[in-house]
Design a protein around this ligand. Structure first.
Ligand SMILES: Cc1ncc(COP(=O)(O)O)c(C=O)c1O
Length: 343
């Protein structure tokens, strides 16, 4: 069992799906002005009331349907811990976010995976059939999928929800802002739906650890009492609330990232004859494969550019950076793939 691990290094960091945009100076000034109001000798507001109100207003959702955690990661652990114990089975995709396996293993659960890697189309009906054959207890997947960038439309997720009406289904929308639509407004229609969101990606405050789960009031009433007290610290609550009130800044950054993603996708596709496969994405990253990974990573290392490497496979994932960072990355890919493999 291994947790995911990203080595922080100097250089161009395109390996952890973070936002490449630092917190704007204007928000930093507001943060400084508000720090003095924090009662550092007191525990934080336990229910993150103001933060929930800000997120509810951003998503047009009732604040009582939101539960915040120390990153959405805490919520993943919280939910798996709630639903899974020895012998229970979590049904997810392969590949998907590695922390699902980690928390399932901690709680002595089993993992069942449905293959969803890159090229072959995703068949919702095959996914359902395989899950039914194996009597699963919890369904959990990221949408858009990390690492492939593949996105399931609400109507496809509705089919899954309808097929497993008594099983909790957690849709992890960590990259939801980069995708065409969200399933979050369907939590009242589907009793078994729980949606995860984070402020670590599009909102660019990964350092603060702030994410949440959203569900209907009935399910929230069962789950909320199990949350550990004071799990979101006062600084995080204050800054996250500020960032949310300026969500138009995030929306501009998302627009830039999507524009860059589409541009990079086209530019990288141009290397397909030289042995590079790149997949379309609805997130802030691109997933690719190449048998020439050794050459590629040597060139990236030379320029101190870091992308995500999937060991023992030919897969990799590139987080979309700033336009300058992306240019450096593309130039390095060109160094490797603009000529045929040296044999
Ligand atoms: C699919 C997915 N879910 C959840 C997370 C965790 O995000 P957070 O920073 O909110 O803990 C990540 C982080 O990379 C992720 O890729």
């Amino acid at each position: 069992m291994k947790t995911y691990e990203v080595k922080q290094t100097a250089g161009v960091l395109l390996n952890a799906n973070e936002s490449p945009f630092p917190l704007p100076a204007m928000i930093r000034e507001e943060v400084k002005a508000r720090v003095d109001d924090i009662d550092f000798h007191r525990y934080p507001q336990d229910s993150a009331k103001a933060l929930r109100a800000a997120y509810g207003s951003y998503l047009h959702i009732n604040a009582d349907q939101i539960l915040f955690g120390n990153g959405s990661d805490e919520m993943i652990g919280f939910l798996i811990g709630h639903f899974i114990h020895q012998g229970k089975c979590v049904y997810t995709l392969q590949p998907d976010f590695s922390m699902y396996d980690y928390y399932t293993a901690i709680h002595d659960g089993k993992i069942l995976t449905y293959p969803c890697d890159g090229a072959q189309p995703f068949s919702v009906s095959d996914f359902i059939t395989y899950g039914k054959q194996n009597e699963v207890d919890l369904i959990l997947f990221s949408n858009p999928n990390n690492p492939t960038g593949r996105w399931l439309a609400p109507k496809e997720i509705h089919q899954i929800l309808d097929a497993f009406p008594t099983i909790p289904i957690i849709v992890d929308e960590a990259y939801g802002e980069f995708a065409p639509a969200s399933i979050v407004h369907d939590v009242d229609q589907y009793e078994n739906l729980i949606v995860l969101r984070t402020l670590s990606k599009a909102f660019g405050i990964a350092a603060l650890r702030c994410g949440c789960m959203i569900t209907n009031l009935q399910r929230m009433k069962q789950l909320r009492p199990h949350k550990v007290p004071y799990n979101v610290n006062s600084l995080t609550q204050m800054i996250a609330e500020l960032v949310l009130t300026h969500h138009e800044i995030m929306a501009e950054n998302v627009k830039t990232i999507i524009g860059q993603r589409e541009l990079l996708y086209k530019e990288l596709q141009a290397f397909s004859e030289a042995g590079l496969t790149i997949f379309p994405s609805e997130a802030n990253f691109l997933y690719g494969k190449t048998a020439r990974k050794h050459e590629l990573f040597a060139a990236l290392k030379k320029h101190q550019i870091y992308i995500r490497d999937y060991a023992n496979s030919d897969a990799f994932r590139i987080t979309i950076g700033t336009p300058d960072e992306n240019k450096m990355m593309i130039e390095t890919f060109a160094e490797v793939f603009s000529h045929k493999e040296d044999l």
